[in-house]
Design a binder for this molecule. Structure first.
Ligand code: DGY
Length: 317
């Protein structure tokens, strides 16, 4: 019997590609580049299953080409790139990769928090440029982290993992979320978003991108934050109004930012590039080898389940 036809939009780590080849027939050889629209249409039209990444927009038009398609397995926990209602209307299952990337993303959130507060990237640049003339008591002074207040918006799996790590820095945690977290730490305080904005020294965003969270942080919200505060975003770029953030950073309305995600990836607002007190990463949240392998294997498990007539373990929508 012919193995089922699988379209993978981007090259995945080797163990995942090996397993995919063992179990399925690949309809195209993926690379690191996002396929051109014509290639995407062709891949979707030939496949019974697709693994796609967050930089592929799976809209009604693309799904309309996909006569044989049974499942789109998104290689991400967020699935704002997929028109889930259009998929449902065509009987196509959509799945995601929750849980396995929680720790990697929480770790990277802390890397950004620490790097932006303690000027890690700026310091590295000084050393590499040969501009370090020796230790000095007033050189590159930075913000304190330990004991400061961590504000979190969106207390789902990743928000909670970020909050748990705050204990090591003796940081009180305040948060706003759709519902109170089943908190193992009574020190986490559930507040209105306005109060989290006003009281946080570090504000970290962990909401999914939906119509309701688009530009959740804009000019008004940035105005409410402390001038000494830092904004950390490892969720989705459009949750922040990037132009308003640039203006706030340029006007000294905010002390700094650590960003892993952008409104129009891979484009980055030119205003951010010139700001020394901002740390910019190329969407690396889940980007450890082990995590990306687990994400790929979860995609394959969901596909195998659906093609064998079983429910997808990580169905969304
Ligand atoms: C996700 O899974 O949503 C992450 O952003 C991918 O790195």
């Amino acid at each position: 019997m012919n193995p089922p036809a699988l379209y993978i939009t981007h090259r995945l780590p080797d163990p995942v590609m090996d397993e995919a080849r063992r179990r399925f027939r690949l309809v195209a050889e993926p690379t690191d580049q996002t396929p051109a629209p014509a290639e995407l249409h062709q891949g979707f039209s030939q496949a019974e299953a697709v693994i796609c990444t967050l930089n592929v927009t799976v809209d009604a038009a693309l799904l309309a080409q996909a006569a044989r398609l049974k499942i789109v397995a998104n290689f991400a926990v967020g699935y704002n790139n997929i028109d889930v209602a259009a998929a449902r209307a065509r009987g196509i299952i959509v799945s995601n990769t929750p849980d396995v990337l929680t720790d990697a993303t929480a770790d990277l959130t802390w890397a950004l928090l620490l790097a932006s507060a303690r000027r890690v990237v700026e310091g590295d640049r000084v050393v590499r440029a040969g501009a370090w003339s020796g230790w000095a008591p007033t050189q590159m002074l930075s913000a304190e982290v330990t004991g400061k207040t961590l504000g979190i918006i969106g207390m789902g799996r990743i928000g909670q993992a970020v909050a748990l790590r705050a204990a090591g820095f003796r940081m009180p945690v305040i948060y706003a979320s759709r519902r109170a977290a089943p908190s193992p730490a009574p020190a986490w305080k559930y507040l209105a978003k306005e109060d989290v904005l006003a009281e946080a020294d570090f504000l970290s965003l962990h909401v999914p991108l939906t119509d309701a969270t688009h530009h959740l942080i804009g000019e008004r919200e940035l105005e409410r934050m402390k001038r000494t505060a830092f904004l950390i975003n490892t969720s989705r770029g459009p949750v922040v109004d990037e132009a308003a953030l640039v203006a706030a950073l340029q006007n000294g309305r905010l002390a700094g930012a650590g960003l892993d995600v952008y409104e129009r990836e891979p484009a980055v607002h030119p205003g951010l590039i010139g700001l020394p007190h901002v740390v910019l990463l190329p969407h690396l949240g889940s980007g450890t080898f082990a995590t990306r392998v687990k994400m790929g294997m979860i995609c394959l498990e969901n596909i195998a389940a659906v093609l064998n007539g079983r429910p997808a373990p990580n169905r969304v929508g």
